[in-house]
Design a protein around this ligand. Structure first.
Ligand SMILES: [Zn+2]
Length: 78
């Protein structure tokens, strides 16, 4: 019995254009360049990346929520 796995599943995923925005005043902890840090979401995780070197870091949802980026819908606990 042969199982036909669809290889097209990943097609759309790889075509997704990730919106990256520069973080004003941010300094790369690795190469010390300023205004080289971009912020974008990768698989729903806030990710920061340096365009000058290969530095990258990902923030947990808790950290993101604390910064209130705008897409966080209020989850207040009484
Ligand atoms: Zn850097």
């Amino acid at each position: 019995m042969t199982t036909h796995l669809s290889s097209q599943v990943n097609h759309n995923v790889s075509k997704v254009r990730v919106k990256k925005r520069f973080v004003a005043g941010a300094k790369c902890p690795q190469c010390k360049a300023t205004d080289s840090i971009v912020l974008f979401k990768e698989h729903g995780v806030e990710t920061v990346e340096c365009v000058e070197c290969d530095y990258r870091d990902q923030q947990t949802e808790e950290q993101v929520a604390a910064k209130a980026t705008g897409d966080v819908i209020g989850v207040f606990k009484p």
